[in-house]
Design a protein around this ligand. Sequence first.
Ligand code: ATP
Ligand code: MG
Length: 235
Amino acid sequence: MLLEVKDVSSGYGDVQVLSGITINVDAGEIVSIVGANGAGKTTLIRAIMGTLPVTKGQIQFDGKRIDGLAPHLIARAGIAQVMEGRRLFGHMEVEDNLLVGGDILNDKAQQRQNLDWIYSMFPRLKERRRQLARSFSGGEQQMLAIGRALMTSPKLLLLDEPSIGLAPIMVKDIFEKLPLIQARGVTILLVEQDVHRSLSMSGRGYVMEHGEIVLAGTGQELLSNERLRQAYMGI
Ligand SMILES: Nc1ncnc2c1ncn2[C@@H]1O[C@H](COP(=O)(O)OP(=O)(O)OP(=O)(O)O)[C@@H](O)[C@H]1O
Ligand SMILES: [Mg+2]
């Protein structure tokens, strides 16, 4: 098992948001976490990345316990994230944004390989590599944010709502890359409100409500679950 979140609680100060979350992700999988606004999906990502404290339970990654470690050490262990809001360096050129991402590798040859791969996957980034990131459209920024995360050669990529605010064509374009990223050996944990699209992409998924996991199954099982269809897909 690559990631094991065991009975984890977390929150903001006195406000507990997650209560007793248990999820597993095997190497090579694409796993989705779906749920309504405010369910606690982003909070779970923050707890995994170490930017929020784990107040109960534990998190194992790649055979080691990571809860309680500083975020940069968790990143170094092989977890990369693309957060809601993306946080690019707007004043820097596209390629420099990517190179900064790859800096933690300390391996120029590997960085070069990653850069070539990312450019082949997102030719728009290559065409615009000397442009300032802040001049990018929302979809291009999302590509760049994913590219920058992949520059670190992560074992696990955490994606928080990659589709948010993007035109449907861009969403399609970005989701089409997920199998390519998976094929390169990167495991993906995907948080999405676009329940149908994300479960269709995922081998397995979890449904989160009010800070708890209420349902788990294969992507197909969840897609055909009546309760889920009524609650999230309006059908
Ligand atoms: N910085 C914060 N301080 C206090 N409470 C917060 C903070 N951020 C989020 N929360 C609360 O934690 C709960 C879960 O929020 P979270 O952002 O994890 O939900 P989410 O599932 O990611 O929702 P969305 O789909 O809208 O992104 C919400 O009730 C929210 O108000
Ligand atoms: Mg969120």
